[in-house]
Design a protein around this ligand. Structure first.
Ligand code: PRP
Ligand code: ORO
Ligand code: MG
Length: 196
């Protein structure tokens, strides 16, 4: 699947939104990739995640575990794991707490794991997910995502394989361009913003 094919999937699923969005990082943007519009269609999700699994195998070789950050990462992590023949686990957070593996999830000694994220913007969620895995006996060999909207600039401290790389502008709340400031902002994701 080429980048254009993947973007065509997002477009035809209605997952490419334009407006005024507050992102997980607190930054504002005129573009939001509503991945859930992809994940509500299991056939489309299998196509996209199958393509991601191929990239993961090319880059990292054998993968035993896929680990994803909840909530957005759970479905693509599971579907990518299916295509890889791997297990799927996830990190989650209690309100205000860092990501953690719960529910008896672990990366056993000798296992090779890849972190699968849906969208990377600043890389904060990915880094927090990886931080929750440092004490695991198994090895996290790299990261992957459907769309890296940082233009390749997000630094996860590990290699990142993206199906599509885009460079989408983000703005701090006090530096909005006039066309964004004129529209009320919506906050689609699950991370609580400071003070919320
Ligand atoms: O690279 P970042 O700046 O961290 O932004 C990307 C993150 O934001 C979204 O998650 P969000 O926290 O909105 O919650 P969700 O997974 O429940 O959608 C998305 O799923 C990524 O995890
Ligand atoms: O940065 C985010 O929070 C974010 C951006 C995006 O395009 N899609 C998404 O689900 N989250
Ligand atoms: Mg997320």
């Amino acid at each position: 699947m080429t980048s254009d094919d993947v973007l065509a999937e997002f477009r035809s699923a209605g997952a490419l939104l334009e407006g005024h969005f507050v992102l997980s990082s607190g930054l504002h943007s005129a573009v939001f990739l509503q991945k859930m519009a992809i994940f509500t269609d299991p056939v489309r999700t299998a196509r996209v995640c199958g393509a991601l699994a191929e990239r993961i195998t090319d880059r990292y070789g054998r993968v035993d575990y896929v680990v994803s950050p909840a909530i957005g990462g759970i479905v693509p992590g599971y579907e990518t794991a299916r295509a890889l023949g791997a297990k799927a686990i996830f990190v989650e957070r209690d309100p205000g707490k860092p990501f953690a593996l719960r529910r008896g999830f672990q990366i056993p000694k000798g296992a090779r794991a890849v972190m699968v994220e849906d969208i990377v913007t600043t890389g904060l969620s990915s880094r927090e997910c990886l931080a929750a895995l440092t004490a695991e006996p198994g090895e996290v060999v790299g990261a992957a995502c459907l769309i890296d909207r940082s233009g390749g600039k997000a630094d996860l401290g590990l290699p990142l394989v993206a199906l599509v790389t885009l460079d989408i502008p983000n703005y701090p709340a006090d530096q909005l361009p006039p066309e964004l400031a004129a529209i009320p902002a919506v906050k689609p994701g699950s991370r609580a913003l400071p003070g919320a």
